[in-house]
Write a protein that binds this ligand. Structure first.
Ligand code: DX5
Ligand code: ZN
Length: 230
């Protein structure tokens, strides 16, 4: 399955990293009812980022539910040697892997390896990496992910310079390549990211760190549907 099979023109993707893991299935179900179709899943290894996050065993628990609801799992690998993990993500039921350009000497080979496993594929890049380098690494990928925080954890603030980086990226990559943004997306920043050209909008704390994540999700996606300002 490819991104074009499951993702709409614009997607607000709840980032599971910020969820209440004691209530994960229930929270994801409520978000699907609120319209979520793509969930963002953050794996971190304690090396590429200092934090250890969640991995394939959690994907395996939730993927049958997510797929039964007609939704998909977009897996952001904040890990060294990402290729080593593609097969376990695919076996656990992940639908797509996004690896970091900083971790990969041969992105074309990694993209081909992901595709050979039937996965969608993206290339992410951190705030210190040049946009040009990232765009070149993403050749042939479904998406390119511009980090608007230093990757690591949920709840950080959107770095304002990310807007210009997204805009530059949008003109550097082919039209069919999706541009994703991750970090500090909320009601105040989502418009900046959209106007700059991002169409896949990851949101962790803005969705889950609320009493009613489904309501927060609905509100955020409604604000995205409003026409761009200006
Ligand atoms: C952190 C992760 C993010 C995180 C985003 O590096 O990649 O996906 O969950 O959380 P917010 O939306 O709170 O910045
Ligand atoms: Zn992420």
């Amino acid at each position: 399955m490819a991104w074009s099979d499951w993702a709409g023109e614009v997607e607000v993707e709840p980032s599971i990293y910020a969820a209440d893991f004691a209530r994960l299935g229930e929270q994801l179900g409520a978000l699907v009812e609120a319209g979520a179709r793509v969930f963002h899943f953050d794996a971190g290894d304690g090396h590429f980022i200092p934090e250890i996050t969640i991995g394939p065993v959690v994907i395996a628990s939730i993927s049958p539910l997510v797929h039964a609801w007609g939704a998909a799992l977009d897996c952001h690998l904040m890990v060294e040697e990402p290729e080593r993990h593609f097969a376990s993500v695919a076996e656990a039921g992940g639908d797509s892997v996004t690896f970091h350009a900083e971790t990969c000497a041969d992105p074309a080979r990694a993209i081909a390896a992901a595709r050979a496993l039937g996965l969608g594929v993206g290339v992410a890049f951190s705030p210190d990496t040049s946009v040009e380098e990232a765009a070149a690494a993403a050749e042939g990928a479904d998406l390119v992910l511009c980090m608007s925080i230093h990757p690591g954890y949920s709840g950080q603030s959107f770095m304002p310079e990310a807007a210009a980086r997204i805009a530059r990226l949008r003109v550097l990559v082919p039209e069919e390549t999706r541009v994703q943004v991750d970090g500090g997306i909320n009601g105040d920043t989502v418009g900046l990211a959209r106007d700059a050209g991002a169409d896949l909008l990851v949101a962790g704390s803005a969705v889950f760190w609320h009493d009613d994540p489904a309501r927060a999700y609905r509100k955020l996606s409604e604000s995205v549907r409003e026409p761009a300002r200006g």
